[in-house]
Design a protein around this ligand. Structure first.
Ligand code: PLP
Length: 366
């Protein structure tokens, strides 16, 4: 099927969500030059909006021109000096990816594993090594649908820097970088922010900035060189670093405005309400949820594929018959778990009703 023949897909997977209409419309606006003052104002506006969804006053908060994984690279490459001890909580695929990235940056990685479907435990992380330079964890594990307690980690981090992945939490569930003691954080645009994939909202506080690597291995992700790109503090002189993806930044700014108009706490409540309703409905259908009770993400629900049901056939049926995409499980759970996202504009009662009815039909018929 060519892209042109696809009228509209309901993206209920763990990947790109459907975008907020304001973000889509902004993509169709005439392009601005990347150094046009009108664009620089949009960039300032996007950075201001990002501070709100991060829950931070950090001056150095910006959309990196890259995906969430590059945000992860930027976080580690700018903070890990060769041989630094980095304690990483692993309860899914993205914690594993953190270990790989940190090791490539020369870290002495202390990996602390948790069963998939369970949260990372702050106590185990902070006692894993007497003097870690960095403690890192994923706030919302997209591979398992689990939320971990970042505030508890921040309270117990001691002298270590706290580095957090907020790709699937930002703009969807409570996130308070400053109050929780997050020193370095990265995210993505494609989940609850309701923007296309391609930018990595990033934040770093003064404490982490003072300890950063003077000349990181990466030229492109060297935060020390990005100050001029975003004018560091609004109004500062802009210098060319790379050509900003102007359409994406303008789209992000529009989505952040929309979230601001709805009210961030209302947006969190909307995600919670949709997730609760979906999880309740799935259990009413006799299905079993995968993530541990009490730690389930509302924006990404993991559900066990019932015995005797072919996971791939159900997903194919949903796509063909309803134009609905849901995600498969990850790694060893590829055929035994489904992942259903209700992110950004999809976090609403209509989407819940649609996915529940369609999934029931698919399980009965596929
Ligand atoms: N971290 C988490 C928790 C994610 O869910 C993802 C992507 O799904 C990433 C990191 C990587 O982001 P990207 O795929 O945009 O590189």
């Amino acid at each position: 099927m060519s892209a042109a023949t696809i009228a509209f897909r309901h993206l209920f997977g763990p990947g790109p969500t459907n975008t907020y209409p304001e973000a889509s419309l902004a993509l169709s606006r005439p392009l601005l030059g990347h150094l046009d003052p009108a664009f620089l104002a949009e960039m300032d506006h996007a950075c201001e909006g990002l501070r709100r969804v991060w829950g931070t006053q950090n001056r150095r908060t910006l959309p990196l021109s890259a995906t969430g994984s590059a945000g992860m690279e930027a976080a580690f490459v700018n903070t890990v000096h060769p041989g630094d001890v980095v304690v990483i909580g692993v309860n899914g695929l993205f914690g594993e990816r953190m270990c790989d990235v940190a090791a490539r940056c020369g870290a002495d990685v202390v990996r602390v594993d948790f069963e998939w479907g369970q949260p990372v435990d702050a106590e185990r992380l902070v006692t894993a090594h007497p003097h870690p330079r960095i403690i890192a964890a994923v706030h919302a594990e997209t591979s398992t649908g689990v939320r971990s307690d970042i505030a508890a980690l921040g309270a117990a981090k001691g002298d270590a820097l706290l580095l957090v992945d907020a790709v699937t939490s930002i703009g969807g569930i409570e996130l308070r970088a400053d109050d929780w003691g997050i020193d370095v954080g990265y995210a993505g645009t494609q989940k609850c922010l309701g923007v296309a994939p391609g930018l990595a909202p990033f934040t770093i506080n003064e404490r982490a900035w003072q300890r950063r690597v003077a000349k990181p291995q990466s030229w492109y992700l060297d935060l020390g060189m990005l100050g001029g790109y975003v004018g560091e503090a609004s109004g500062a002189k802009r210098t060319y670093h790379h050509t900003a993806p102007v359409a994406m930044v303008v789209s992000l700014a529009a989505a952040l405005d929309r979230i601001g108009e709805e009210g961030l706490e209302n947006v969190w409540a909307r995600h919670q309400g949709a997730g609760d309703a979906l999880q309740h409905g799935l259990q009413e259908m006799g299905l079993e949820l995968f993530a541990a009770d009490g730690y389930r993400l509302p924006e990404l629900t993991t559900v066990k594929v019932p015995a005797g049901v072919d996971s791939a056939r159900v997903r194919g049926y949903l796509l063909d018959r309803y134009d609905i995409e849901i995600g498969a499980g990850v790694k060893q759970f590829a055929s035994s778990v489904w992942r259903i996202g209700l992110m950004g504009p999809n976090a609403n009662p209509g989407s819940v009703a649609l996915i529940l009815a369609a999934l029931k039909d698919a399980i009965d018929r596929a």
